[in-house]
Design a binder for this molecule. Structure first.
Ligand code: GLN
Length: 390
């Protein structure tokens, strides 16, 4: 058989999504790939039903249906503290995944360096390889997940074209403070580089932490490409609706990349999702209240079992420390991946091994999420308590 490209031989499938497949195979409670087990808001479903008959069913404008972009510009203007031009500053993509890939392909030439915080959402590794970029990893050091700004300046000195900032951060739940963002932004301006942000968990930031968009900081709009999606905010991960927002020059390039990658996001789904984009502020308050309760329920459960974990400032992910189990003779030599597989089969709960997120050699953390009904969270905790019985 003729050889495949080098590119596909340098990364594996997504471990996050692989864990979902294994979890389903064994009928486990899936706390690995992050998506909710509850329905999207009824208003959005009603709008979808309406779109089924009223349309549209043909291509929308490739970079997003006009009404979708208009609604999006209006909604996001608040967090950016400025007007967003829906015609020149937005590209609607097939999920946040395409948004990030599109951003990377728009700004990177093969060999360009891009800074990535570690732990990082695993897509960024593949995004770098597919766009030809060479990652420079900046450690976010557990348990606080703070970083050394001098390493960021080193990266820019080495010529990094951009830095990817996932805020709030998947998998570690870090919410970057204004000071941290200002410091990163200042360096990006000094070295004339881009900041690419991934803000898909913007509405899951727990008090007293606050979400600040990099693009809203003084002078940063022109240097920032914001990637985002509707998946988590409206519980519609399967709809694959994402977007990029950035300065017109960048977006002009991104429109071309997107056009030839996917042409466009699903037209009837954009139509239905406009309803969500027009929700009042109370929708986001309620969403946050819901996730705040789930987070507390899950954290309390972990504490009752006595499992060591971080307390995420944002997102719906928690890193749990499994070192005490790996130290047992039974698990001697286990990798975190093997431990997760064992957990699916023997405990009935699926997690993602931490090593899929860290550049550094980390084998003692697993990522669990709590975007689940209260009953499922309780059942997951009951099952996890069996870890102590083995
Ligand atoms: N962001 C989610 C996670 O980390 C999953 C997103 C995806 O699989 N596309 O689990």
């Amino acid at each position: 058989m003729p050889k495949l490209s080098n590119r596909v031989q340098t990364f594996t499938d997504s471990v996050i999504r692989r864990m979902t497949r294994i979890s389903d195979e064994y009928g486990a409670i899936n706390l690995s790939q992050g998506f909710p087990d509850f329905d999207p808001p009824k208003e959005i479903l009603d709008a979808l039903a309406k779109a089924a008959y009223a349309g549209p069913h043909q291509y929308s404008v490739t970079y997003g249906a006009e009404n979708f972009r208009a609604a999006l510009a209006k909604k996001q203007a608040k967090s950016f503290a400025r007007e967003i031009n829906p015609d020149t500053e937005i590209v609607v993509t097939c999920g946040g995944t395409e948004a990030m890939m599109c951003a990377m392909m728009t700004i990177c030439n093969p060999g360009d360096k891009v800074m990535v915080f570690s732990p990082f959402y695993e897509n960024y590794g593949a995004d770098a390889i597919l766009s030809g970029a060479e990652p420079i990893y900046i450690p976010l050091v557990p348990p606080t997940y703070n970083f050394d700004i001098r390493l960021v300046e080193d990266g820019f000195r080495q010529g990094a074209k951009a830095i990817i900032v996932c805020n709030p951060s998947n998998p570690c739940g870090k919410v970057f403070t204004r000071e941290e963002l200002l410091a990163i932004g200042k360096l990006a301006l000094k070295y004339d580089a881009f900041v690419v942000t991934d803000e898909v968990y913007e509405h899951m930031v727990y008090a007293p932490n606050k979400h600040i968009s990099m693009a809203s900081l003084p002078g940063m709009y022109e240097h920032t490409i914001t990637c985002n999606s509707l998946s988590k905010t409206y519980s519609i991960t399967g709809w694959r609706l994402g977007y990029l927002i950035g300065p017109a020059d960048v977006i002009e390039g991104a429109k071309k990349v997107h056009d030839f990658l996917t042409v466009g996001a699903a037209a009837p789904l954009q139509e239905a999702a406009v309803t969500g984009l027009e929700f009042p502020e109370s929708y986001y308050d309620d969403l946050l209240t819901l996730y705040t309760k789930k987070r507390q329920r899950f954290l309390d459960g972990l504490d009752r079992i006595g499992l060591k974990h971080n307390v995420p400032q944002g997102t719906y992910f928690i890193m749990v420390d499994i070192q005490e189990f790996l130290d047992q003779p039974k698990f001697q030599g286990y990798t975190d991946l093997e431990f997760c597989e064992w957990m699916i089969k023997n405990i009935g709960v699926a997690a993602v091994p931490g090593s899929s997120f860290f550049r550094e050699k980390v084998n003692h953390l697993i990522r669990l999420h709590f975007a689940r009904s209260e009953e499922t969270i309780d059942e997951a905790i009951r099952r996890l308590s069996k870890l102590r019985e083995n």
